[in-house]
Structures are given as C-alpha cells and as structure tokens.
Design a protein around this ligand. Sequence first.
Ligand code: KMH
Ligand code: ZN
Length: 275
Amino acid sequence: MGDPVIIAAAVVGAEVTRAQNPAVPYTPAEIAAAAVAAGRAGAAVVHLHARWPDGRPSQEAAHFREIIDRIRQAGSAVVVQCSTGGAVGMPLEERLGSLVPGAEMGTLNMGTMNFGDQVFVNSRPDIVEVARRLAAKGLMAECEVYDAGMVDTLRWLLAEGHLRAPYHVQFVLGVPGGLSASERNLRFLVESMSEPAHWSVAGIGRHELPMAEVALRLGGHVRVGLEDNLFIRKGVPASGSDQLVAAAAALAAAAGRSVATPAEARALLGLRPLP
Ligand code: KMH
Ligand code: ZN
C-alpha cells in the first residue's frame, strides 16, 4: 500500500452557482458546513473560497475568518487552505484578503491564462509577491498548475529562491484555456517537476473522478468538490462536495490507498500539527 492519499475538497470556488446546482454553498455558515461534511466523508484538506450572500465571489477577510471559526467550532480538524486566486478580474490585494489567522495553506497560481472566455492574470511579479506574502504569514504554498509551462515557472521560483520546500502542487486539468485532463498530460507534468514534491490532481467537470483514479494509481493526491465539478455522474447533480469526497474515498479503497486523516496530511505535507 502506498502513502495515504490526501483528499482535498474544493467546496465552493468562485464560478459555480446555485442555479447550476442548489447544493453550492454561499454564506460562511453554509460553506463551513460543506467543509465539515467533506471532512466527515474523508477530506483531509478544504480549499476555501467565500461568497457574498447573493453568491458574488468574496475575498473578504471577515468571511474567511467566520468560515474557519465555524469549521473549528464544529470540531473539524481539516487542514484549511485559502484561495488567493479568488475570481477572474479581482485585483491582487483584494485576492490576498483571504490570508487570515487560522489559514494553514494558501494557493499560489502559477501563471496567466485564458480561463473560459476570460483572462486569469498572474504575472511573474504577482506570483513572486503572493509567494512572499504566504511565506511571511507562515503559510504553505499550494502551487496551482494549469498548463505545461507553469511547471517551468515552478522550477524558476525554486531556482531563484522565491519558493522553498515544503510546498504542494495541484495540477488543475481541464480548464478551458489550460491543459486538458488526460493521463498522458498528468504523467508529463509529474515527470517535469525539478524535484520530488507532493502533488495532487483536480480534474475539471466530467474529468474529476477519472483523473482521481489516475492520481491514485500514480501515487498522487486528489482534489474533488463542487468548485471543479457539479455532477456525481452524467446528468445527476452531486448532493454536495461530501458526496464527491465519498466517491474519491471509494476509488482510493479500490486502488489500495488508505485515506489520510487531517493529522496524517499535516505530517505528510510538513505542516505544523493543529494546536
Ligand atoms: N477562480 C479561479 C479563477 C485558486 O483558488 O487559487 C481561480 C482559482 C484558483 O480558483
Ligand atoms: Zn479555487
């Protein structure tokens, strides 16, 4: 049996809406409840965005603080990872509002790209600045890689000392405008990294669970959740991110991988234990 698999739950994101799936959480209480349920289903990490009550994306510190407080008040020990990507079009300073006390990890988006019909801007100076801010707050970076050249940016950040181990890599595959989700592409990305690192895959849309199966086989970790995919199977909306986490946990069992607890995930990634 390989290393335990860390399942991360991306419970809300910035793009999906309740009109697409009524289970998409909006308020801090709903997002926290979705995170806690995902933890119960087997997620060791929660990837957090926030929303205003009407569903607009929010990077407000107060929203993130409330979500994290509610997660802990519910007794959940999940690793908390806050998005610094926010939504397309947000200025960088607004995006960094999410890095509040209680966060343990933050995302580090590895380049500018077409994101659907919009442009997700992450200039090299912006990437360096986010890496610096994460390090200054003692947060672990999760490098979000959407395209092949972004692995070269990761190498560059490491070579220049802008990023230091421990860090985590998330291959987000299947965004329209980024690299497509396939086993061949994932193998190429993993082989292209300049040093061994913990990595995970988030397949977008219908690729979510098939890419999880590939990652489990290749020794990687897995991200699932409504941010990336709204359906449990073709035409059937997921009842929540916890249902997608449970499906990933079942795939892990079939692949002979145990599912990491939050404490095991912290030890594997090199994060401090929860106080
Ligand atoms: N909402 C996407 C444009 C992240 O969380 O850091 C970016 C995103 C990445 O979701
Ligand atoms: Zn995100």
